[in-house]
Design a protein around this ligand. Structure first.
Ligand code: HEM
Length: 402
């Protein structure tokens, strides 16, 4: 049975039950086809050691997506320009230049100044939930936090933030393995709106720079060496918002669902709040918000005992690797006190998530306050899962706060 699951698996034609439980398929693939050859000529990797090896070898496994995205979006599209200009889908030296200029604003010391405003926001959202009596853990909480935090990071005025979430969802929606013409049109429209907005913001920031110690846009404007062009600046700002948005929403939402699904783990966390940081790592491992990564081989290379020709598209099964029993003891159990937890939820190597400290901080403040205020919460209905293979999370999660 598991062999059949592995044999029939097709990333571009996923069965309906995949979205609820992809881990059944991942298990079958790890066991029977860890280097799964896909119909389009690419491969899908599901073993931890293979996924890690790819992340650590940027010379053989490129992040440059021009070859892949040209036929997908069309060379003249906004989606093509955006995705091929953002740092994540580029190699050195461009990647190194952009990454260096933003990292300083994302280290824990620089992020600490965001904490008080974030704590106040979380308190406001929870006060509102208590008053309203009804609460959707996604719309009213998990999704309301990351956009505000990235808005603070780029110093986007509060009054301008309303459209950011919709733009971001539409741009990310166009990254799914199968692209519908509707999703493509939504992505193009979102980028148009976003660019018009950013062009005015950048002009204003050039005239009146912010504090580069914590304003990422000012850092990008003042980056050393060859300055970033207007387009490079705008596309990387768009990327920052997108990178930090749905992923973090999903981390917070997935945690609330997991603490409801495993009441013993929740009880332990409430009794031992110092476990919160470890619990967040376990949520990241067990239900990784970002389930898939991508690379393309730059030369003939061996992985998982198989030879891949230069130019092969490689999909990295982050969610699958994070449940690999060869890397994690009792990999299929959710254990908030797991001692060895070198999960790949943030990737690894030169492209490892630049915002991981920020994501962890958001989750810690949001979940800590939520559990303290509503330790007896329960899911009021089955949460509505977003049917996406790449981003794992929920669109709606009605919760009774008791
Ligand atoms: C739970 C939340 C998050 C998850 C699971 C996540 C996951 C990831 C992963 C897997 C990568 C590596 C991509 C690759 O190698 O192909 C990545 C890259 C990146 N992430 Fe995150 N991310 C999260 C939150 C954030 C936040 C809050 C920010 C905000 C600043 C952010 C900014 C970035 C950036 C800039 C990169 C590109 C780094 C590079 O290419 O050098 N991420 N993220």
């Amino acid at each position: 049975m598991t062999r059949e699951l592995a044999e029939s698996f097709d990333l571009k034609k996923l069965p309906d039950d995949f979205y609820d439980d992809p881990f059944r398929y991942y298990r079958a693939l790890r066991e029977h086809a860890p280097v799964k050859h896909l119909r389009d000529g690419g491969v899908f990797l599901t073993r931890y050691a293979d996924v890690l090896a790819v992340y650590q070898d940027a010379a053989s496994f490129s992040s440059d997506k021009k070859q892949e995205f040209a036929p997908k979006y069309g060379r003249d599209s906004r989606l093509f320009r955006h995705h091929t200009t953002s740092l994540v889908f580029n190699d050195a030296p461009y990647h190194t230049r952009v990454r260096r200029s933003i990292m300083g604003a994302l280290v824990p010391r620089a992020l600490a100044r965001l904490e008080p405003k974030l704590e106040a926001l979380v308190k406001r959202l929870l006060d509102h939930a208590e008053d309203a009596g009804r609460f959707d853990a996604i719309a009213d909480f998990a999704a309301a936090i990351p956009v505000e935090v990235i808005g603070d990071l780029l110093d986007i005025p509060d009054a301008d933030r309303a459209p950011l979430r919709g733009w971001s969802l539409a741009i990310l929606g166009a990254l799914e393995p199968v692209l519908s013409s509707y999703a493509q049109a939504q992505g193009e429209d979102a980028l148009k709106g976003f660019h018009i907005y950013l062009s005015a913001l950048i002009t204003g920031r050039r005239a009146k720079p912010g504090d580069p110690a914590h304003d990422v846009l000012t850092r990008l404007l003042q980056s050393e060496g060859e300055p970033l062009s207007e387009i490079e600046l705008a596309e990387n700002c768009v990327f920052l918002l997108n990178a930090g948005h749905e992923t973090t929403t999903n981390l917070i939402g997935n945690a609330i669902e997991l603490f409801a699904r495993f009441p013993n783990q929740r009880a332990r966390l409430i009794a031992e709040p110092d476990l919160l940081r470890m619990a967040i790592e376990e949520v990241l491992r067990f239900e990784s918000s970002n389930q898939l990564g991508n690379r393309v081989t730059t030369r003939d290379v061996e992985i998982g005992g198989e030879r891949l020709a230069a130019g092969t598209f490689v999909t990295l099964g982050i969610g699958a690797a994070n449940r690999d029993p060869a890397a994690f003891e009792n990999a299929e159990s959710f254990d908030i006190a797991r001692a060895q937890n070198r999960h790949l939820a943030f990737g690894a190597g030169v492209h490892q998530c630049a915002g991981m400290n920020l994501a962890r901080m958001e989750a810690r403040i949001a979940l800590g306050a939520f559990l303290e205020r509503f330790p007896d919460y329960a899911l009021a209905d089955k949460p509505g899962r977003s049917r996406r293979a790449r981003f794992r999370g929920f669109m709606a999660m009605p919760v009774s706060l008791r």
